[in-house]
Write a protein that binds this ligand. Structure first.
Ligand code: GLN
Length: 483
């Protein structure tokens, strides 16, 4: 049962081939047996899952089941779940049990989804390897000596190891697409504002966006359809008519114009990955698309701009963790200053502290104009690059990552090497555009992701483009674990 896609689960439940309780029980058993090898879950919500599954079975029996009724999924542990610890993989929030659900959890619950548990990640979503978790690193099911990518590594690994058919994740600079690429899963980061951020612990608010990680584009469409929607509680939420992203999945791609940024195929790209991407592009030509070289001239400035803006916003967002209101508090503080200093010093890991320091520095008087303002100007140039590209082409394709999954421990001591993992994904967040990563082959038996970036609010189109490819290829069905 664990290899079923969401589309198959929906059918199977309605045909009574199995119940949600049976499926949920089966996945919970699998998690219990296998996850010690991957560490993809921080918390497994067994009781809640079985109660939700039972309720779903009753609704299914009554014939009043909403779209995802009885479908088990996992949530990244940065997404607040009422009554269930939401740790952000940090000692700081090890004891934090939110009294409310994030809007996306409410939306998915309303659609009938069953919550299996909360997935492991880089601490506060800062990282590209899921090694900085307070609960230990996540391991890539394709090779447990390798990282699964990050920061949503647990969400991706759980799906790749067939422990959950899909999961929620967040992407500030690549954290949905990059782990999806390294684990052979399908990940989608929506347009900024498409999915409510309310109840998701903030990292860099102008970049954060939640989306699904699944095994197929069709499944990602199911999840996204349930996640989106205007939310008055999020001031940046877009008010758009409700969309069924499953509708246009089979549209023909004849005449589709695909832009290939020359900057994405230069130095630093693993040659094996370059080959897989070229093969995928040829497949798209077969499907009727036309390829066109384009230029995103400011691409190389994306990482430096991001690593000023994201830490700046993080330093402001994380100031709320002060040892007083909630979260970790140090033992026996001498005075107020000592309480702040040690609570934050002991509660936050190294990378989080590094970002807070960088961000605070960039925002301080005298440096603000030189760093933060400059980075915002660069951000505008990057946005304009995309705007001119989308005057010529419908979508942009290229690699999701410069290299396949790397060995655990090889980049954790070198922050810059780690930051470079997101060289192809970050610009999308700076511009607020939607992007996907889909499996397109293997290099040394490790997965490769094809990145598809769309224009604003073009999620339906990129899902259609991904789905058509998955109809004629079977890379996405290759499995990391014996089925
Ligand atoms: N790796 C990037 C960072 O560390 C992106 C992380 C993310 O998208 N959450 O900030």
């Amino acid at each position: 049962m664990h290899q079923l896609t969401i589309a198959e689960i929906i059918l199977g439940l309605r045909r009574k081939a199995f119940s949600s309780t049976e499926l949920t029980r089966h996945l919970l058993d699998r998690i219990q047996q296998l996850d010690s090898g991957f560490n993809s879950f921080i918390t497994v919500t067994e009781e809640r899952a079985l109660a939700q599954a039972k309720a779903a079975d009753q609704r299914l029996a009554r014939g009043e089941a909403p779209a995802l009724c009885g479908v088990p999924i996992a949530h990244k542990d940065i997404i607040c779940t009422s009554g269930v610890r939401t740790s952000c993989a940090s000692k700081m929030l090890d004891n934090f049990v939110p009294p409310y659900n994030a809007t996306i959890v409410e939306n998915l619950n309303a659609a009938g989804a069953v919550t299996l548990g909360k997935t492991n990640m880089d601490e506060f979503a800062m990282g590209s390897s899921s090694e900085s978790s307070y609960y230990g690193p996540v391991k890539n099911p394709w090779d447990t000596n390798c990282v699964p990518g990050g920061s949503s590594g647990g969400s991706a690994a759980a799906v790749a190891a067939l422990l959950a058919p899909a999961s929620t994740a967040t992407d500030t600079g690549g954290s949905i697409r990059q782990p999806a690429a390294l684990t052979n899963t399908t990940g989608l980061k929506p347009t900024y504002g498409r999915v409510s951020r309310w109840g998701i612990v903030a990292y860099a608010s102008s970049l954060d966006q939640a989306g699904p990680i699944a095994r197929t584009a069709e499944d990602a469409a199911y999840l996204l359809s349930a996640m989106v929607g205007y939310d008055p509680k999020d001031s940046t939420s877009l008010n758009r008519p409700q969309t069924d992203f499953g509708k246009g999945l089979n549209n023909a791609l004849t005449g589709l114009k695909i832009g290939i940024p020359t900057e994405y195929f230069g130095e630093g790209l693993n040659p094996g990955i370059a080959d897989r991407i070229q093969e995928a592009l040829r497949e798209y030509e077969q499907l009727g698309a036309q390829l066109q070289d384009i230029s995103l001239p400011h691409s190389k400035l994306a990482i430096p701009a991001y690593y000023v803006i994201a830490p700046a916003e993080a330093s402001a967002n994380l100031s709320r963790f002060d040892g007083i209101r909630y979260g970790y508090r140090c033992q026996a503080p001498e005075d107020l200053r000592d309480l702040y200093r040690r609570s934050r010093g002991e509660g936050f890991g190294e990378e989080v502290q590094r970002r807070i320091l960088v961000g605070t520095y960039a925002l301080s008087a005298g440096y603000y104009d030189a760093y933060y303002n400059k980075a915002q100007q660069v951000r505008r140039l990057i946005k304009q690059d995309f705007a001119s590209a989308f005057e010529q082409v419908d979508v942009i394709m290229g690699p999701t990552t410069p290299s396949p999954a790397f060995k655990l421990g090889t980049k954790s001591a070198d922050p810059v090497a780690m930051y470079l993992e997101d060289i192809y994904t970050i610009a999308t967040n700076l511009a607020g555009l939607p992007g996907m990563s889909i499996p397109c082959g293997l290099v040394d038996n490790l997965p490769v992701g094809l990145q598809i970036t769309g224009n604003y609010l073009d999620e339906a189109r990129i899902l259609n483009i991904a789905h058509r490819y998955q109809q004629v290829t079977n890379w996405h069905t290759a499995s990391a674990v014996a089925v």
